[in-house]
Design a protein around this ligand. Structure first.
Ligand code: SF4
Ligand code: SF4
Length: 413
C-alpha cells in the first residue's frame, strides 16, 4: 500500500472513531479504546502486568506479522496499543522494517514494547559449533535492530520452539543472556505453537527466561496441561503472552457457523475465552487491516461473556465445523507415511486463511525432506484420531493445488 493511501485509510479510521478520542482529549492516550459503531467510547482497555518485568500492557497488542501498512501500526498506537510483535523471518525482514519505520516516524519508541524473534541457529542455518551459533545470533540481532531502527528490543524470543530441547540448549541460553547483558534486548523469552505445555514448562524450569509466548485459544478448552503450565509460569514471575487467540479460523468459519453467529460474536468470544485467563498478560492478535483493529479494540474493556458468546463457546458444532489444527501432534503416530501433519496444517492456515504466502512457503520449506506434501495417500488414519476433526487429506490436497500453480511440489517439500 502506498504511504499516501495508507494515510488516507488511517484518517478514515480515526475519523470514524473521533468521538472517543475527542472525549479523551489526546489521540494516543494509553488505555483509551476506540468508539463503537455509534461513535460512543466503549471504555478503557484492561491492563495487566507482564510477570516481573515491570511492564504493564493493555490486554490487546498488535501482532504485526501479517501487516504491511505503517499507517495501521500508527492507528494501533493511537488506539492505545503499546506492544508490537514482529519477527526476523516475517516477510524476510521487511515486517521489522515496516514496524520500525512506523514507530520511528511517530517518535514513540520509548512508549512502546517491541518484540522480535530469532530462529534457533540450527533451525535455518548449517551451524555446528556453540561459537558459530552464538556468533550467528549476535549478527542476526544486529541486522534486526537496524531494520527496527532502534538500539534495543524489549523482548527477544527464540521463534517457534516445538520441544523442550532448544529451551535449555547452551548456545541459545548463553547467546540470549549475552544479548541481554549487552542491552540489545531488555527481556528474553521463548515462543511456541506446538507442544506448548511441554515447552512452557521447560521455559519456566530453565530459570533464565522472562517471558513466554504461547498459542492459546478456545479450541484447546479440553487441554488441562497448557493452562497448568501457564499458571506455573505466572506464579514463577514469567510474563505470559498469548497468540493465535482467534484460532486462525475464527475469521473464516464455515457457512453453518456464520448462519448461527455474527462475525462480531465469533471474534469477541474467541478473544474473551483466552483473555479470561488472568495468568495471561496480553494477546498479540494478528491485525492486518482496519477492521481487525476495530474488532480487537472493541472487546478489550470488558471480558464478561454475553449470552451469545457463551452459546458460541459451548456449541460443539463450531469446533467441528472449523477444523482448526491446534498443533497438538496427536495424529503424528497414526500416519504410515510419517507426514509432518501439524506443519502442513499450519502451512494451510497461512496460505488459505491469512493469505500470507511468504509464511506459508517458509513453513513448508522447513519441513524435512520426506515428511512433506508429496507422501500423503489420503488414507484418513489421522482424521480418525484428531479431536478437532481436521480434514487433513482435504487440506493437503488444497495445498498441493496451490503449490502446483507455483511450481513443482518437489521444490517445496
Ligand atoms: S491435525 Fe488434529 S491431531 Fe493432528 S496436530 Fe492438528 S489438531 Fe492435533
Ligand atoms: S491421510 Fe495422509 S497425512 Fe493423514 S495419516 Fe494418511 S497419509 Fe498420513
Amino acid at each position: 500500500m502506498s504511504e499516501q493511501n495508507s494515510e488516507f485509510t488511517r484518517r478514515k479510521f480515526l475519523a470514524a472513531s473521533m468521538g472517543c478520542l475527542a472525549a479523551a482529549s489526546v489521540a494516543g492516550v494509553p488505555g483509551v479504546i476506540m468508539a463503537d459503531e455509534n461513535n460512543k467510547p466503549t471504555g478503557k482497555m484492561i491492563e495487566r502486568p507482564l510477570g516481573k518485568t515491570g511492564i504493564t500492557l493493555p490486554i490487546v497488542s498488535m501482532g504485526a506479522g501479517a501487516a504491511n501498512d505503517p499507517g495501521l501500526v500508527a492507528a494501533c498506537y493511537e488506539a492505545g496499543m503499546r506492544h508490537f510483535d514482529t519477527a526476523v523471518s516475517y516477510a524476510y525482514g521487511r515486517n521489522e522494517q515496516m514496524v520500525g519505520q512506523a514507530l520511528a516516524k511517530l517518535g514513540v519508541r520509548k512508549d512502546c514494547i517491541i518484540s522480535t524473534k530469532l530462529h534457533t541457529p540450527s533451525q535455518r542455518n548449517s551451524v555446528s559449533t556453540k561459537a558459530e551459533s552464538k556468533k550467528l545470533m549476535m549478527s542476526t540481532m544486529e541486522a534486526s535492530l537496524k531494520r527496527l531502527k532502534t538500539d534495543y528490543v524489549d523482548i527477544l524470543y527464540i521463534h517457534d520452539v516445538r520441544d523442550p530441547a532448544p529451551v535449555t540448549d547452551e548456545a541459545i541460553m548463553e547467546g540470549l543472556q549475552k544479548l541481554k547483558k549487552q542491552g540489545k534486548t531488555r527481556f528474553i523469552g521463548i515462543s511456541t505453537h506446538a507442544n506448548m505445555a511441554g515447552v512452557v514448562r521447560a521455559t519456566v524450569e530453565a530459570g533464565i527466561y522472562d517471558v513466554v509466548l504461547t498459542a492459546f485459544n478456545f479450541t484447546m478448552a479440553d487441554d488441562t496441561a497448557l493452562p497448568a503450565a501457564i499458571k506455573k509460569a505466572a506464579e514463577k514471575g514469567l510474563g505470559v503472552i498469548a497468540m493465535k487467540t482467534q484460532a486462525g479460523g475464527a475469521n473464516y468459519p464455515n457457512s453453518e457457523t456464520l448462519r448461527n453467529y455474527s462475525t462480531a460474536v465469533i471474534n469477541s468470544a474467541a478473544f474473551k475465552w483466552a483473555m479470561r485467563n488472568e495468568n495471561i498478560c496480553t494477546a498479540i492478535t494478528g491485525i492486518s487491516n482496519y477492521e481487525h483493529l476495530r474488532w480487537n479494540t472493541g472487546y478489550a474493556a470488558d471480558l464478561e461473556l454475553t449470552s451469545e458468546e457463551t452459546r458460541f463457546l459451548a456449541d460443539n458444532s463450531v469446533l467441528l465445523g472449523m477444523g482448526f489444527c491446534r498443533q497438538c501432534q496427536g495424529c503424528l503416530a497414526s500416519c504410515p507415511k510419517n507426514t509432518d501433519i501439524p506443519d502442513l496444517m499450519r502451512t494451510h492456515m497461512y496460505a488459505t486463511q491469512y493469505a500470507d504466502f511468504t509464511k506459508a512457503r517458509r513453513t513448508l520449506k522447513s519441513i524435512p525432506a520426506g515428511a512433506g506434501l508429496a507422501l500423503c495417500t489420503s488414507c484418513g488414519s489421522c482424521v480418525a484420531v484428531c479431536k478437532n476433526s481436521v480434514d487433513v487429506p482435504m487440506k493437503i490436497d488444497q495445498l498441493r493445488e496451490i503449490y502446483d500453480r507455483i511450481g513443482p511440489i518437489s521444490t517445496y517439500c
